[in-house]
Design a protein around this ligand. Structure first.
Ligand SMILES: Cc1cc2nc3c(=O)[nH]c(=O)nc-3n(C[C@H](O)[C@H](O)[C@H](O)COP(=O)(O)OP(=O)(O)OC[C@H]3O[C@@H](n4cnc5c(N)ncnc54)[C@H](O)[C@@H]3O)c2cc1C
Length: 428
C-alpha cells in the first residue's frame, strides 16, 4: 500500500496535466476510406448520444459488427449482477465474488468497459450499493470493439466519425483520470493485442536488440518476455499497466529509468492509426512530428497506437534495498534529520543509476524499494550508509534490507507485492 501511495504521489505532477477525456477528430480529406456525404453526418457540434435521433438503429450496429467479424460488444456494466434492473438479474454469488475482488486490477483487465477509478463511473453501477439502486450505462462506453489489428481501429474510427459518436481508446482501464471511458462512446479495446517480438534493429540512431510490442502488452508481460531473451526493457512499477498505451505515451517512469531514461525515450517506432484512419509508422526520421508527440504527449491524444518498438538493454544483475523508520513523536527532530540525510543522498543514488521510491508521512518514512541495475549490493549499501549512520547516531530504530539479484525480473518480483488499486484513488 505504501509503495503504491509513494508511486502515485510521485506521478501526481504528471497527472495534473491530463485533460478530460479526449476524442479523435477525423480528417476525411486524407482518409483512405470513402468519406460519408456531408448530408449523412450529424450537423450538431455535440457528439451523438444514445437516445438522440442521430443514434444509429440496431441494424446499423449489427452491420458494423459484421464488418468487424463479431468483435462489437454492447456494454453490460461489470457490477450488473449486484443490481435488480436493466441488465441480467441480480446474482448474489457473482456479486459477492465481484465485491471481494473489485479493487484488484485483474478484475477489470478482462472486462471490455470497466475502469479502475470508480469515481469516473459516477456511481453508474456501484457493486457496493443496494440491489434496488438502478444500474445504468452512465459513464461507461456504450460499445467496445475487441480489436485485433489496425483494420479494426480503422473501421471503428470510420463508423464513429460517420455517426458523430464519441471515440475512446481503452487498454487496461488503469487511467486515474477516467480517460479510457466516456458516456455514449465506442471504445477501441486493445487489451487482447498481445504479440511481442525481439528484433535486430538498425536505424540512424540505434543498432541493437529491440522489442516490438502490440497495443495490449502489459508491463509484467514485457518484463517476462525480455527476461526470457536475456535483455531488459523499460517499464513501470505496476505489473498490469499497459506499456504501449498510456504508460509510454505519457512518459513512463519505472525502476530502471535513472540508468536508461524514461520509457518514452526508448521508443524507436510507433505504428499508429491517425484520426484520419491512416496506418502510419512514426520514427525520428519518418512522420517525425507524430513520433515526438507520441513520446510523452499523453495517451489517446495523437492517434491510436497499434504497436511500439523499444530499445532493450543486455540483462544485468540488479540490487534492491528497503529501509523504514518511524516518528514516535518524542524523536521528531531525529526523524526529520534522518529524512534530510536520505534526501541529501538522493543525487548520488540517482547518479549511480538507482531509482528510489520513498514515502514520508508524519508517522513514518520508508524506501520501498531502491532499485539499482548493474550496482553491487555492497555499493548500494554504501549509498545508504550516511542514512544508516545518522539513524544509529540518533538511536532511531530502523529496518534495512538489501539484496543483489541475478536478473531484473527477480528483483522486480521480490520487491513488488500484489497491487490493490482501491487504496489510492488520485482521481477522487
Ligand atoms: C496502480 C497504478 C500504478 C501505476 N504505476 C506507474 C508507474 O510505475 N510508472 C508510470 O509511469 N505510470 C504508472 N501509472 C500510471 C499509468 O502509466 C497511466 O495510468 C497510464 O495512462 C495507463 O495506461 P494504460 O494504457 O494501461 O491505461 P488505460 O486507462 O487503458 O489508458 C490510459 C490512456 O491512454 C490511452 N491509450 C491506451 N491505449 C492506447 C493506444 N493503443 N493508443 C492511444 N492511446 C491509448 C487511453 O485512451 C487513455 O487516455 C500507474 C497507474 C496505476 C493506476
Amino acid at each position: 500500500m505504501a509503495r503504491c501511495l509513494v508511486l502515485l504521489l510521485a506521478l501526481l505532477a504528471s497527472f495534473i496535466f491530463f485533460g478530460p477525456v479526449r476524442t479523435l477528430t477525423l480528417d476525411y480529406a486524407s482518409s483512405p476510406q470513402a468519406p460519408p456525404r456531408q448530408a449523412e453526418r450529424a450537423k450538431s457540434s455535440c457528439r451523438c448520444f444514445p437516445g438522440d435521433a442521430c443514434w444509429p438503429e440496431q441494424n446499423s450496429w449489427d452491420a458494423f459488427n459484421r464488418t468487424l467479424g463479431g468483435k462489437l460488444i454492447a456494454t453490460v456494466p461489470i457490477a450488473a449482477p449486484c443490481h435488480n434492473e436493466a441488465f441480467p438479474p441480480y446474482d448474489a454469488a457473482r456479486c459477492d465474488t465481484l465485491r471481494n475482488t473489485y479493487f484488484f486490477p485483474e478484475t477489470h483487465l478482462e472486462n471490455p468497459s470497466s475502469v479502475m477509478a470508480p469515481f469516473f463511473t459516477n456511481n453508474t453501477c456501484n457493486p457496493f450499493l443496494p440491489a434496488s439502486v438502478p444500474c445504468t450505462l452512465g459513464y461507461y462506453v456504450s460499445y467496445a470493439v475487441r480489436a485485433s489489428d489496425a483494420s479494426d481501429y480503422q473501421k471503428t474510427i470510420a463508423f464513429t466519425n460517420k455517426h458523430n459518436i464519441r471515440l475512446v481508446i481503452r487498454n487496461t482501464g488503469h487511467d486515474y483520470n477516467g480517460k479510457s471511458t466516456g458516456a455514449g462512446a465506442v471504445s477501441i479495446w486493445t487489451h487482447n493485442m498481445k504479440s511481442i517480438e525481439l528484433k535486430d534493429y538498425r536505424s540512424l540512431s540505434f543498432t541493437g536488440k529491440a522489442m516490438k510490442m502490440s497495443a495490449g502488452v502489459e508491463v509484467k508481460e514485457a518484463y517476462e518476455f525480455a527476461d526470457s531473451r536475456g535483455v531488459m526493457v523499460i517499464g513501470g512499477n505496476c505489473p498490469t499497466v499497459g506499456i504501449v498505451g498510456g504508460y509510454s505515451q505519457g512518459g513512463g517512469h519505472g525502476p530502471l529509468v535513472s540508468k536508461f531514461g524514461l520509457a518514452a525515450d526508448q521508443v524507436l517506432e510507433w505504428e499508429v492509426v491517425t484520426a484520419a484512419g491512416r496506418l502510419l509508422t512514426a520514427t525520428p526520421d519518418q512522420n517525425q512530428d507524430l513520433y515526438w508527440a507520441l513520446c510523452g504527449g499523453g495517451g489517446g491524444t495523437y492517434g491510436a497506437v497499434v504497436s511500439l518498438t523499444a530499445k532493450t538493454y543486455p540483462a544485468t544483475t540488479v540490487s534492491s534495498a528497503t529501509i523504514s523508520f518511524t516518528n514516535t513523536g518524542y524523536n521528531a527532530d531525529e526523524f526529520y534529520d534522518a529524512v534530510g540525510t536520505l534526501i541529501e543522498s538522493l543525487p548520488s543514488m540517482v547518479d549511480a543509476g538507482a531509482v528510489v521510491i520513498w514515502l514520508i508521512t508524519p508517522q513514518a518514512f520508508l524506501v520501498e524499494p531502491a532499485t539499482a541495475p548493474g550496482v553491487s549490493k555492497a555499493d548500494l549499501d554504501n549509498l545508504f550508509q550516511p542514512l544508516i549512520d545518522n539513524l544509529q547516531e540518533n538511536a532511531v530504530p530502523y529496518t534495512y534490507m538489501s539484496q543483489e539479484y541475478p536478473t531484473y525480473l527477480q528483483s522486480y518480483n521480490a520487491m513488488n507485492a500484489p497491487w490493490n488499486v482501491s487504496q489510492n484513488q488520485l482521481g477522487q
